[in-house]
Write a protein that binds this ligand. Structure first.
Ligand code: 5GP
Ligand code: ZN
Length: 119
């Protein structure tokens, strides 16, 4: 989609601080980080939200989650054989949840205590 911000980042038309890339998944640092690590993980293909992605291509959803975990390992939020100190995955669907870009993305958040429940 030529008018989608994240599709344009996948295409290289808008610069991104890329931390992980496969042929089907891209991960880059959020421009307005909410934690010491705040990375967005997206499928290269456009899907508007996680439900649409799960329905269209559950394998690709699995690849996105695996990439998010790989980012967390690379950022030392978890080790290969443990889950310390930890990280959070967030995906927003719709305006009431705060979705501002209609190309599904996982937020990988960590590097500080995040608290629960979220605000
Ligand atoms: P949402 O609000 O849809 O869950 O998350 C969208 C995220 O995209 C926000 O955290 C916002 O900071 C990030 N974002 C918006 N525009 C850009 C951009 O041009 N570059 C990067 N790296 N992140 C962006
Ligand atoms: Zn898109």
């Amino acid at each position: 989609m030529s008018d989608c911000l994240f599709c344009r980042m996948v295409a290289g038309e808008i610069p991104a601080d890329v931390v992980h890339r496969t042929d089907r998944v891209l991960a880059f640092r959020d421009i307005n980080p909410q934690a010491p690590t705040h990375v967005l993980v997206i499928p290269a293909e456009h899907h508007r939200n996680i439900g649409a992605l799960a329905a269209a291509d559950p394998g690709l959803l699995g690849e996105v989650v695996a990439a998010a975990h790989a980012v967390a390992v690379a950022e030392r939020l978890v080790t290969g054989d443990g889950n310390e100190p930890g990280y959070r995955l967030v995906t927003n669907t719709g305006p009431q949840a705060g979705q501002s870009v209609d190309h599904v993305h996982l937020h990988v958040l960590g590097g500080r205590g995040l608290g629960w429940p979220p605000g």
